[in-house]
Every structure is written in structure tokens, then in C-alpha cells.
Design a protein around this ligand. Structure first.
Ligand code: FBP
Length: 551
């Protein structure tokens, strides 16, 4: 273990607050409740063993002895602050249920299950990870368990290790995978139950039960600190437009939350662009209009937030990306051919010939750099790696061109100097906020309770998150009920649908109401660094976008 900063040492001593129901672990009994699944019945034949289960909550019963459990845990996908607290919460709860319980951690993501590579997670090991950022205790990875051989290997691993349960900490894809593993294990008469935990800074694993995935709060607070600092810099020097791309693969939840925290001059919301069917040129013109109006007031600076997933919401890009996803899928020879070419222009030229007329029109209008970024390797789920596409630079470029044309026509007299920023990875392993520390610790406890209750194919929830911890409730919902058929790499597959920004929701209306003033005036708000100590309205805040739920 490396030397710990003073703050890290203080955070090790932080005792996460638990909702009162989790103070009585050994007395709790599961309560089964009807659950309105969104999954169409066409998916039922794929899940004969785990279809149609009820939701589970917990209520106080009589104190009863609990059998020792052996549980495996795995971290899957991108890092999200709080992962270590899910594991400490799981460990502590298993110990409280029965001190002879054991926890093992599969290393480096789901690939560790397939390779049966794991370590014992002990109280001593956890001493250095309580309330700390990152996933480094066991590592993470993006391997997806999908081939028959991988399923067989996973079953072998959990059987050899005699696991009562396997806890998968992951996003929408990993929890989809958890649903399939739960079904497969049960079908093969394995005793190992599978339980998911909703993780992802993107905040797109949301539904009636999952109010927000863990990590979102800390990531947004981290980005908002930086956006606030940049806004103050813009206001002080009055010479730059900052084009800030914010992580969040598809949905614009992070951009929305950060905008509500910092009040930039403009924020692009992918879902709105999609609804209004705005082209690249339309979006460029919206930004240009803001810049021209501000220039007329002598303001040649500003802050513009761009969600990472933006390009997929612009219709011409949507089609281009859909075609690229199919063309570059593993059963096609094109990715290999492209990778063997040294020259970026040749690579672009090769793919151009395979695209439809509409897609080629969009592709040809892009700078070569962006074309190359679109042709990089797919992620393990077959998606274009949008975090590699520098949309902040793309917009800087298109806006600059348009402003030059306006200047030539005598319609713009301002100065335009822009700086690109990308805030992404730096938010994923930050020290978790009190909110994420508490939330994750409660999620870990809930996973232990579900394992103890014999639940299979469930994802944990903690609800009422916009309220004080004392009002939080916990339980589990069946994963199959959250599935929906979606086209992936040209094939229809059941997946947990990514939740997009609700354009009829309170947070979006709040943004729309404030946007005109933010555009003209410099209403910047400076949240500063995450606070871990102090009054609750300073240190224990939850994401602003949650406030529409029950308030
Ligand atoms: P998860 O969905 O696995 O939580 O990851 C989300 C994310 O952080 C996205 O915001 C981003 O697009 C992507 O991971 C980057 O992935 P990588 O770490 O593979 O570069």
C-alpha cells in the first residue's frame, strides 16, 4: 500500500451512516411484493428459471441464527467512486450475519471469474480501503461472459469455490450479464445465486427502484468543482471559451447535474437534440448564436458543457455510428483490415466505400482526426468508444468556421479563442462523497441480505436517496423484469435499457427555466471541492437531479 494522504487517513476512520433497517441485520426477514416488470413476454422463454419473480424488501422479524455464507464479488466495467464501500459493506454485513462467513474477490473484472482468479477478502485487507476511491482492491475489467465456454468456466469457478452467492457490481451491461448468469447457474442446479449492484458514474442505470447508480454523485461533484474553477477563470481573464466535454457514455445525466450545480452559459443535452432532430449544423448555430449575442455585450468568453454521448443523439451521426457498429462487428473483416493500415486517410477511405449515401455525407464532413477516432477499436460490448471522440474539438472547429463566415459578412465583430477540456477519468476514482460512501455501504449490506435470503437474479436497491439516510429503504428487484430487446451489433438482444434524461422531468425544466439567464449573465456557481465534514447541507448532499423523485 502506498503512503496515505492525511485526508485519506481521516476517511479510513469515517463510519458510513446506515439506514435504521440495517441496524438489525440478524432480525430481518424478507418480504415479497408484486413487481411490475417492463420486460415483454417474448423474453420469457430465455429465462424459464428466473422469470416472474417478486420484489424483495426486508422487515423486522425475530432474531434467528444465520448460516455462514461463502460469497464471491466482482467489480465490472468503469470505475465509480464507492466500489470499495460496497465491498466493505458486504463483508461487514456477512460477518454480522455469521462471523464464519467468507468473502472472496474475483480479480480484474468478470474475466477473473472465467479464469477463476480470486483472492480472499479479509478484515485486515479492507482496513486500507474503507471510504477510499478506485477499484484497485481487486481491479475491474470489461470482459463480458457471453460464449458457451465462458459460461461453463464461470460455473466451474463458482462450483469449485463452493460459493453460495456471486455479487456483480456493474452497470447496465454487467447487470444484464448477471441476469443470464443467474439463469444459467440455476438451470445447471448450482447453488450459487447471482446478485447485481447498480454502479456507473453515467447515472443511466435508473428506474422506479434504482434512483441512481453509485459513483454518479462523486463524479458530478468532482467535475462541478473543476467547471466552477474554469468558469471563474473565464470570468477573470475574459478571453477564452471553454468547451468542456463531460463523461457519460450515452445519456446526458452528468452534464445536466453539473449544469445545475455550476450554471454554465450553455449545456447541450443529447436527449433534447434527439427530440428536436437537430443536425450538427443546427447545434453549431445554437452555440454560434450564444457567442454572437455575448460578443454584442462585450463578452468574448464563456463555458459550454458537452455530454460525451452527444454525437450519438445527432441524427446524421446516429446513422453513421449504427452503420459503423455493424460494419466493425467481430463477424466482419473490416476492423482487422483497417487496423492493418498505417495511414489515417487510407483507413477513412476504406470505410467510406462501405457506408450508405447518408452516412458517407456525415463522415466526409468530419475532420480526419474525428474520422480516425470513430474507427478506433470498439469497446467489449461492440460500441463506438465515444470517450475517444473529441466532440469538444469538433464543435470548436465547426463554431470557428461559422463565426469566420459571419465576421466576413460583417455580422460578428467579437474575438473567439477556445480551449478544449475533457473531464472524465479524473472523476471515476475520486474519494467517494459522504453520499456515495453511505449509499455504497448500504448497497453492500443489501447484497449480503439478498444472498442470505437465497435471492437469485436480483439487483439491490436503496431508495429515498434524496432524504436523510434515516429515511432510506432497501431491497432487491428481479433483473429479468428490467430487460428489453435492443439491437446490438445488428442482432436483437435482451438488455437493461439505459435510462436517458427525462425531458418532462423537474431537473430538465429547472435547467430550461434558468438557461436564458445563464446564457447572457454570468451566473456561474462555484461548488468548490467535495466536503466530507461539516453540517449536512454542506457535507451530506445528494445529487440535484434526485430531488424530483419524492419532493
Ligand atoms: P461503466 O458504464 O462501465 O460504468 O463505464 C462508464 C464510463 O465511465 C463512461 O462514462 C465512459 O464512456 C467509459 O466508461 C469509458 O470506458 P473506458 O474506461 O473503457 O475508457
Amino acid at each position: 500500500m502506498t503512503t496515505m494522504s492525511i485526508l485519506q487517513q481521516y476517511r479510513l476512520k469515517y463510519r458510513p451512516h446506515l439506514p435504521p433497517i440495517l441496524n438489525h441485520l440478524t432480525d430481518l426477514k424478507p418480504v415479497y411484493e408484486p413487481y411490475s416488470s417492463i420486460a415483454p413476454n417474448t423474453l420469457k422463454p430465455l429465462f424459464p428459471e428466473t422469470w416472474g419473480q417478486q420484489a424483495i424488501s426486508f422487515a423486522k422479524g425475530d432474531a434467528a441464527p444465520h448460516n455462514p455464507l461463502k460469497v464471491g464479488v466482482v467489480l465490472s466495467g468503469g470505475q465509480a467512486p464507492g466500489g470499495h464501500n460496497v465491498i466493505t459493506g458486504l463483508y461487514d454485513a456477512l460477518q454480522r450475519l455469521n462471523p464464519n462467513s467468507r468473502l472472496i474477490g474475483f480479480c480484474d473484472g468478470p474475466g477473473g471469474i472465467v479464469q477463476n482468479k480470486a483472492i480472499d477478502i479479509t478484515g485486515d485487507l479492507l482496513k486500507g480501503y474503507r471510504n477510499q476511491g478506485g477499484f484497485d482492491i481487486i481491479g475491474s475489467g470489461r470482459t463480458k461472459i457471453e460464449t458457451p465456454d465462458q459460461f461453463t468456466a464461470a460455473l466451474k469457478a463458482v462450483s469449485e469455490r463452493d460459493l453460495d452467492a456471486l455479487v456483480i457490481i456493474g452497470g447496465d451491461d454487467s447487470n444484464t450479464n448477471a441476469a443470464f448468469l443467474a439463469e444459467y447457474f440455476k438451470k445447471n442446479r448450482s447453488k450459487t445465486r447471482v446478485i447485481g449492484v447498480p454502479k456507473t458514474i453515467d447515472g443511466d442505470l435508473r428506474n422506479e427502484f434504482i434512483e441512481i447508480s453509485f459513483g454518479f454523485d462523486t463524479a458530478c461533484k468532482t467535475y462541478s468543482e473543476m467547471i466552477g474553477n474554469i468558469a471563474r477563470d473565464a470570468l477573470s481573464a475574459k478571453k477564452y471559451y471553454y468547451f468542456i466535454k463531460l463523461m457519460g457514455r450515452s445519456a446526458s445525466h452528468i452534464a445536466l447535474e453539473c449544469a445545475l450545480q455550476t450554471h454554465p452559459n450553455m449545456v447541450l443535452i443529447g436527449e433534447e437534440i434527439d427530440q428536436e432532430k437537430k443536425t450538427l449544423q443546427d447545434v453549431t448555430r445554437d452555440i454560434v448564436e450564444l457567442i454572437v449575442n455575448r460578443a454584442a455585450k462585450g463578452k468574448n468568453y464563456g463555458v459550454i458543457l458537452i455530454p460525451e454521448g452527444i454525437i450519438e443523439f445527432i441524427p446524421e451521426f446516429k446513422q453513421l455510428i449504427a452503420e459503423l457498429n455493424v460494419l466493425m462487428s467481430p463477424d466482419q473483416p473490416h476492423q482487422q483490415k483497417i487496423d492493418s493500415m498505417d495511414d489515417a486517410a487510407a483507413r477513412a477511405g476504406y470505410i467510406e466505400k462501405l457506408l450508405s449515401k447518408e452516412a458517407v455525407h456525415c463522415f466526409n464532413g468530419l475532420p480526419l482526426e474525428i474520422k480516425s477516432q470513430l474507427l478506433l477499436d470498439r469497446d467489449p460490448h461492440g460500441n463506438v468508444q465515444v470517450s475517444k471522440v473529441e466532440s469538444e474539438r469538433l464543435f470548436m472547429e465547426t463554431v470557428k468556421k461559422e463565426l469566420e463566415a459571419l465576421a466576413k459578412a460583417g455580422k460578428y465583430k467579437g474575438k473567439f479563442s477556445a480551449q478544449p477540456c475533457f473531464y472524465g477519468y479524473e472523476g471515476r476514482s475520486a474519494l467517494p462523497s459522504n453520499f456515495d460512501s453511505n449509499y455504497c455501504y448500504a448497497l453492500g449490506h443489501t447484497a449480503a441480505l439478498l444472498a442470505d435470503a437465497g435471492a437469485n437474479g436480483y439487483v439491490c436497491y436503496v431508495r429515498n436517496l434524496s432524504k436523510p439516510v434515516e429515511e432510506w429503504t432497501v431491497g432487491g428487484v428481479p433483473l429479468t423484469g428490467m430487460l428489453y430487446p435492443e439491437e446490438r451489433q445488428g442482432k436483437s438482444k435482451p438488455v437493461i435499457k439505459k435510462a436517458l434524461v427525462d425531458l418532462t422531468g423537474r431537473p430538465y425544466f429547472q435547467l430550461k427555466a434558468a438557461a436564458p439567464s445563464w446564457a447572457d449573465n454570468d451566473d456561474y456557481c462555484y461548488p468548490g471541492p467535495i466536503q466530507f465534514a461539516g453540517p449536512p447541507d454542506l457535507a451530506d448532499t445528494s445529487p440535484i437531479i434526485l430531488k424530483d423523485l419524492k419532493d
